[in-house]
Design a protein around this ligand. Sequence first.
Ligand SMILES: [Zn+2]
Length: 378
Amino acid sequence: MKYLSSILIGFYLTSAGAASFCTNYELPNNYLKMKSETEKSIDAFANNKVIAAQADGILSKLITAKSPFVTSWYAKGNFKGKSEEDVAKSWRQYFARSFLLMKYPQGDAKIDAEIEKLVDGLLQSNFNKSFKDQMNKNFSTAKILAVQTINEMNLPQNKVIIAKINSIKLYWPEHLKTARNKAIPLDLIDWGIAYDPLSNEINIGLNSLSYSNDETIMAVFAHEIGHAFDPCRWGAFFEGPWPFEKVGQCLRSSSSVGAKKRDDSKLEAFGKAGKLTPELVAALKANPTCNKQAYPPKGIQADQLPETFADWFSAEVISHYKELDISKLRPDLCDESTLVEGSSYPTNRLRQEKIYYSQPKLKSLLKDSTENSYCALK
Ligand SMILES: [Zn+2]
């Protein structure tokens, strides 16, 4: 679920040098509305009869068993002076978010039905026709521009890459019960936009409402399209050496974003301790730029080449968009929240300045004459 951390929306605005439009950045209203309504819906879910009965029953069992888990939850909660009812409500919220919405199905038909009702309701109310139309339109344009971009690159593998791009589809989850990513309902609610290599589809989640305009949505789709042939996926789906090797080396350098390599220092130990299967250890070793769910875990450096390459490709693609208003491009990268340690992304500021704003056409639109850190293809 590395993609989850890609959507770290905050309110930290900045003016990161001359070529930044960050001071104008505001999250779209429909996104903010979705976030607050989602919170309200989860609160209501946690307090509905079926869910509250389950939560309360478990709490009293844990209290009877003098569970250290509940003692520590209570100690952290700062409940001094609060009524029993308030404590119970907090517990229900915690229980809903940390347990019931973290695993589906739960195995209890009544509870599963409530979880389905919650998630389906949120999907249906937010993925309305006008939003879907806007996303579909921008996805089509992003694909056309991506094909054009690859054509101009004249790579030995042009044909296969273009065939791959043309076959990418969007995946809109509609019902939890049938959704591909249903195992963790809270993740389904919290998804942004993420490429799924196995189905060759781009998963759309509710956080996609955070992208405020056509330029940005197109650029985000172009980024996801880039993941179809990033250094991690290349070996599994294409023949021959990765044709963007020179770009990759440049993205690794300090003149560009300095994309970090995956830290494999714990790999053997994890394997020996049985935390990773021998197959996974072998697969990780064979694919040094791939980040898997089991490795590297939070806190250990993930490889940053796939994400920075996807940004690089996105910048190439969006530079082909004739009506581009550069001031609207990816204001989401204005968010300066701290990344999790070992993140597969460099900072947003680096992504914006060293990748997007360094692309020659975008740079000329910015009338930016500072030193160039652009990574050229050849
Ligand atoms: Zn990405």
